[in-house]
Design a protein around this ligand. Structure first.
Ligand code: PMP
Length: 406
């Protein structure tokens, strides 16, 4: 694996928003969304240990932990998504989702954005934009220009809705002309890997209407924005105001335990099972289900969605105050506990400076990273127990690091 930072952090333990390295140095974790309810949350740890000490099998047996979790999770969706398949990773979830769309539509065409990541299986990695697959992208995959704040599709933020939709409409026309047809449009509804641009509710409506008209399904990859991180809603698709046919979940779902899921309608799940006879040995085992259930309960009991909204807004405000001091901060944006600052210098994306900032922050005990087409946006996405005091430390450190590197 490639590790983060010029000097990798040699981690030893974690608690809440804190990580300690092997020398006992403490870091404020502003980056890790997997420990969603905080590193080593005692309730999640207890749930995992308790279930591991009782029974762990696979999903060929009926088990209350799995059934109860399915009920609890699907209750969090306010439209007709009330079926769930548990898997082990976001990649698998997206792989399953793509095949669900194929099973329902009988078509193979897939539309994604041109600046994204949806996982590491052979099928899903066809959608990733950082490296071209060997032999090039397969003909049934189309990448449309991703929305962006600083370099909007079509040249202006106001025209971006239409320009994005036109990209999708063109991809549909191409897929139909080449005989693949459209099985799905798959997007992260927060466009997290694309650099989380600020988008108005309804941004995707026209593109979605075009996909549906062509007979395709909509997959919302909620691996990053899901489970309340964005503060205003539990799910990114609710914030953008659309109703996907399939939702994929991962990273935060088990607070670090490898569990992920696909949530969909019963008719879609039936079509998928008929076509593929799916089984997953580890996906949805009772220990995974116990971990995931504990996460759901902690989010509720500790009001973490509300906390994400409150602390996120507070932190964005602080970063805007830092922005006033530093010309290189071109944009501060985000929602809930998923926000950041885009850096530009001399009229161009400040990629190098952003990398230096990531290291300068690490040296000052704050962990974050970069994202975006040019890797010039500092990405802050901490455990959702992040507090206002943590946000103060983040902003002060950002200001100090910025003074040091510019
Ligand atoms: N979807 C999105 C949007 C992701 O960001 C990622 C991982 N970064 C994945 C899917 C893949 O998840 P995993 O690493 O659990 O396979």
């Amino acid at each position: 694996m490639t590790t983060f930072y010029r000097q990798p952090v040699h981690v030893a333990r974690g608690e809440g928003v804190w990580l300690w390295d092997t020398d006992g140095r403490r870091y404020l974790d502003c980056y890790n969304n997997v420990p969603h309810v905080g590193h080593c949350h005692p309730r999640v740890v207890e749930a995992i240990a308790g279930q591991a000490a009782t029974l762990n099998t696979h999903t060929r047996y009926v088990h209350d932990a799995i059934l109860d979790y399915g009920e609890a999770l699907t209750a969090k969706f306010d439209h007709d998504l009330d079926s769930m398949v548990m898997v082990c990773s976001g990649s698998e979830a997206n792989d399953v989702a793509l095949r669900m769309a194929q099973a329902v539509t009988g078509k193979t065409g897939i539309i994604g954005t041109d600046n994204t990541y949806h996982g590491n299986t052979t099928a899903v990695s066809q959608l990733n934009s950082s490296k071209t697959p060997i032999g090039g992208y397969l003909d049934h995959v189309r990448q449309v220009p991703a929305p962006d704040n600083m370099q909007p599709v079509g040249g202006s933020c106001a025209g971006q809705v239409e320009a994005f939709a036109k990209g999708v409409e063109q991809a549909i026309a191409e897929l139909e002309a080449s005989g693949h047809g459209v099985s799905t449009l798959i997007v992260c509804p927060y466009f997290a890997n694309e650099g989380f641009p600020t988008l108005e509710r309804g941004f995707l409506d026209r593109a979605i209407a075009a996909v549906r008209k062509a007979g395709g399904l909509i997959i919302a990859d909620e691996v990053q924005p899901g489970f309340g991180r964005i503060g205003s809603h539990w799910w990114g698709h609710e914030k953008l105001g659309f109703a996907p046919d399939i939702v994929t979940l991962g990273k935060p779902m088990g607070n670090g335990h490898p569990v992920a899921a696909v949530v969909t309608r019963p008719d879609i799940l039936t079509a998928f099972q008929e076509q593929f006879k799916y089984f997953n040995t580890f996906g949805g085992n009772p220990v995974s289900a116990a971990a995931a259930m504990a996460v759901l309960q902690v989010i509720e009991d500790e009001n973490l969605v509300q906390n994400a909204a409150d602390v996120g807004a507070y932190a964005v405000d602080l970063l805007r105050q830092v922005q006033v001091q530093h010309d290189v901060i071109a944009d501060v944006r985000g929602s809930g506990l998923f926000f950041g600052a885009e850096l530009w210098q001399d009229g161009a994306p400040a990629t190098e400076l952003c990398a230096e900032m990531v290291d300068a922050m690490r040296e000052r005990g704050v962990l974050l990273h970069s994202v975006g087409r040019h890797e010039n946006t500092l990405k802050v996405r901490p455990p959702c127990v992040f507090s206002r005091a943590n946000a103060d430390q983040l902003a002060e450190t950002l200001d100090a690091a910025m003074r040091a590197v510019t």
